[in-house]
Design a protein around this ligand. Structure first.
Ligand code: NAG
Ligand code: NAG
Ligand code: NAG
Ligand code: NAG
Ligand code: NAG
Length: 526
């Protein structure tokens, strides 16, 4: 049926030349657009069109019918007619569509064979951002390039937001990804190109962790932060204390914070971008305070030289943060075996209105704040002058006493020597008959014996006089053996009364009753 229509149409005379011909127009298409490959053809009159078809020239040079190409439906649409127009529409052009296309047709009397083709080139939109790394304030120019010559209406987007001007002064918020697209055909777009805006550090801040009160000995971290592009490197951060450089690096850790770490700190950030002529940007200063219990507690005495009856002030001073809020004074009293602290006052100054000797002693000041307490060393409070007097007096007294003792000792010695000499003389005399033996040296232990021997009497039976024998020895010896028996007795011998019975031994037997000298009287009557 269609063929008959074609034959009928073919018979209708027209405007065409009536010779075999196909003319094409090369096309440039942006990827994603639709394009008409324009084509005109003709054939001699009297022929009837029997077949038309588009082919693509493969890489190897052979012709592949479009129907044999792997492509989505309606990708290629023939928009021509049976004489004159042989155009082909390509929808949603892809890069793979680029190439040479060939139109062929047949009539009842022949077919088009000449090797002429249409070229389709596929291009893309390309965004150029110049410069793609800008400093704040630099002029940035956006350019959209498409490889096809047709004038196209271009629009700009930054992250899906319309950009109204393709030339601008860079601000940091202009950083981002830009692309261009075809007005009304926004899916036809370039790839995104990033614009980076460099700027000097801003928002430079120094922070302290922990954030609350900082107590001596705790760990403290000082951290510098900033907003900058490019970001500040570790070495770009410097820490200052009271205007003096401390360290570099973003964080500064102090493990054991001490009072000496107190001060005004600030940090500096640098990323090689300057701002208003300065490339090292300071943070604002922060005050680092370190709290501690009272330390270095000391007591000063005023006046230095204390006089009896005078006013004395003891002033307690210390280093504490927060400031000391309590002072307590103690006096150390030392009694035998114990040692106690007596509370004697409070307040930073201990005032003794009238100094007297009982105020002398060791004083200690105890200081407190909310973090703890500290003690001063003990301070000696003494009245200098009077103490010196006492000391010299006692020394004098000591010397005097010593001299007196020595004198007495010397006198005693002297007397003892005299007595000893006298005694030895007496002993010699005593040995003689009728002599009297006595010792004045040891009166308690001395043994007295009076031996009176009358001229005709035999010598005494008892052993000789022994001045050193003690009374105790005497007692022991008497009970043990007769050999060492020492018998002291008063012997009276009367030569005229020989036959009279005489008491050889007669003394008190009681050992304990009489521990004194034993006297015995032996009466020998002649
Ligand atoms: C930044 O701090 C440094 C070091 O303390 C100081 O020398 C400089 O003057 C400060 N700069 C400004 C702008 O305050
Ligand atoms: C800093 O910037 C200057 C030019 O502004 C450049 O020559 C230098 O290499 C940069 N230094 C660094 C560490 O980036
Ligand atoms: C205590 O005294 C020492 C030595 O004089 C000193 O180094 C230290 O800083 C003092 N402590 C305080 C908290 O001032
Ligand atoms: C002791 O302190 C009192 C007040 O507390 C003051 O009036 C007096 O002058 C001070 N005396 C001395 C010797 O510092
Ligand atoms: C201060 O002295 C008191 C009494 O001797 C004692 O109990 C206390 O522990 C001392 N405090 C310090 C910090 O040495």
């Amino acid at each position: 049926m269609g063929r008959w229509i074609l034959i009928i149409l073919g018979l209708i005379p027209g405007v065409w030349s009536g010779s075999w011909d196909v003319t094409y127009q090369n096309q440039c298409a942006l990827k994603g657009t639709s394009v008409n490959l324009k084509c005109k053809y003709d054939y001699p009159y009297g022929h009837f069109l029997t077949w038309t078809g588009w082919s693509k020239v493969s890489d190897g040079g052979s012709l592949i019918p479009l129907t044999d190409l792997p492509s989505p439906p309606n990708h290629f649409t023939y928009t021509g007619n049976n004489r004159g127009d042989c155009s082909l529409r390509v929808n949603n052009v892809q890069s793979s569509d680029q190439g040479a296309y060939y139109f062929r047709f047949s009539t009842t009397l022949g077919s088009w064979r000449r090797n002429k083709h249409a070229l389709l080139s596929v291009k893309e939109l390309t965004t150029v951002v110049q410069p793609y790394t800008a400093r704040e304030g630099d002029t940035v120019v956006l350019t959209c390039r498409s490889g096809c010559p047709e004038p196209t209406h271009i629009v700009w987007f930054k992250e899906r937001q319309r950009v109204w001007s393709s030339v601008f002064q860079a601000r940091r918020e202009d950083a981002g990804s830009y692309y261009c697209a075809i007005l009304g055909q926004e899916t036809v777009r370039s790839a995104s190109v990033a614009l980076s805006v460099h700027y000097a550090p801003t928002d430079v801040k120094l922070s302290v962790s922990p954030s609350g009160d900082i107590v001596r000995g705790s760990m403290v971290t000082l951290t510098c932060s900033s907003e900058a592009n490019p970001p500040v490197a570790q070495s770009g951060y410097h820490l200052y204390k009271d205007g003096e450089y401390v360290s570099s690096g973003q964080s500064h850790v102090t493990l054991d914070i001490q009072p000496r770490h107190r001060g005004q700190y600030h940090c500096q950030a640098w990323n090689n971008i300057s701002w208003r002529g300065s490339d090292r940007i300071n943070s604002s200063e922060i005050n680092l305070d370190v709290q501690y219990y009272p330390m270095n507690v000391s007591v000063s005495v005023n006046p230095e030289h204390i006089v009896e009856g005078g006013r004395v002030n003891l002033t307690c001073s210390s280093e504490a943060n927060p400031a000391a809020d309590s002072y307590t004074w103690y006096k150390r009293t030392e009694t035998i075996g114990s040692n106690t602290l007596i509370h004697v006052g409070s307040g930073q100054v201990l005032s003794l209105p009238s100094m007297e000797s009982s105020h002398g002693g060791l004083y200690v000041c105890n200081v407190r704040n909310s973090l703890g307490e500290g003690n001063s060393t003990e301070v000696v409070l003494a009245m200098e002058a009077s103490q010196h007097g006492t000391q010299s007096l006692s020394v004098l007294a000591g010397i005097g006493l010593f001299l007196v003792v020595m004198l007495i000792a010397a006198l005693l010695l002297f007397r003892m020597k005299q007595k000893y000499e006298a005694d030895t003389n007496q002993t010699k005399l005593d040995v003689r008959p009728n002599g009297r033996a006595s010792s004045s040296e040891e009166p308690q232990d001395a043994v007295y014996s009076n031996i009176h021997i009358l001229p005709s009497s035999p010598p005494p039976i008892s052993n000789p006089y022994s001045p050193s024998a003690s009374h105790r020895d005497l007692q022991k010896n008497t009970s043990r053996s007769s050999e060492v028996e020492i018998i002291y007795s008063t012997v009276t011998i009367k030569p005229s009364n020989r036959n009279a019975p005489h008491h050889k031994k007669s003394w008190s037997k009681g050992k304990e009753d009489d521990i004194s000298v034993i006297y015995s009287s032996v009466v020998k009557s002649s």
